[in-house]
Design a protein around this ligand. Sequence first.
Ligand code: AMP
Ligand code: MG
Length: 356
Amino acid sequence: MNTVTVKIRPEAEKFTAEEDAALRRAGSIIQSGGLVAFPTETVYGLGGDALNRESARKIYAAKGRPSDNPLIVHICRLEDLEKIACRIPEEAFHIADAFWPGPLTMILHKTALVPSETTGGLDTVAVRFPSDRIAGRLIRYSGGFVAAPSANRSGRPSPTYAKYVLQDMDGRIDMIIDGGQVGIGLESTILDLTVSPPQILRPGYVTGEMLRKVLKEVDTDVTILGDGDGDGQAPRAPGMKYRHYAPAGELTVVEGSPGAVLAYINRQTAEEEKAGERTGILCSGENLCRYRADVIKCVGSRGDDEGIARHLFAVLREFDDEGVTKIYAEAFDTAGLGQAIMNRLLKAAGHRIVKL
Ligand code: AMP
Ligand code: MG
């Protein structure tokens, strides 16, 4: 299959006639059962018709994703929610009011309109209403219901640039819409509203604190920062049990005081280099010039969580581009958005963490 890439200016207020025509073309590809990758405010998504079981199968095949790992259905109008979800609790409308359109996914009971292939066999459906204008227009032109997991091969870091979608999906999908770098850089927060109190299954840009301003009570899945099986608890977002976000090199997260982390990592990279490894360090800006390795990448300033979130996945992929075989990463604070950052980083490391 030939994968066509079309560029759409992310910053422009209005679409040009050509851009609009390209989005219409993308929409008709999805309507006729094809796959189109597109930017959202979180990461690039791999879109197919959420109401077509054949499209869901194609998404799993293109990603190499296990078919029991359900897809998120993207909508572009609040009224469409009730077509795919039923027995919707009042809280869901408060959440929609506060955070939609935006980087938040709700788990609700599904209607018969949604095929079980889209939901990985579950009787619940994950729904998101993205704020990105390219995504919104594409969803509208696609018929209103677009199933879209992140547009990476299963297990790889989510793509935050179109070039990384191409790297993973060239020849596997019909079209890529290149809308530049995404804004947030981490996937949406997933909130399960089929349980009481509602539970965060995956942390994201919308934090527990933000949700608690709208809902009285919100729980957090205990496996979010754990290794998922330490206490026999299986994660409730089926996808979270799979290896995720991983670079090709072996990644280790190092936690401790800045001085101890610096000394440990420099000692490790010196030893690994002697053993013939190509080493990499993922760090904050503060200590950048004091590290020694083949490839040193700054992911942002400590304290600038938004910057770190935005760069994390691209930095993980850059280590692959540079052939790094052993990577050491500083650990980050887990307050606020930091919880989502550490959730992704620990999964990328397969929970290999050194605590000093
Ligand atoms: P991705 O599409 O890569 O952002 O991954 C989607 C995530 O949403 C995966 O972790 C899925 O397991 C999770 N998810 C989708 N639908 C459901 C659902 N009905 N219940 C729980 N988690 C879900
Ligand atoms: Mg994903």
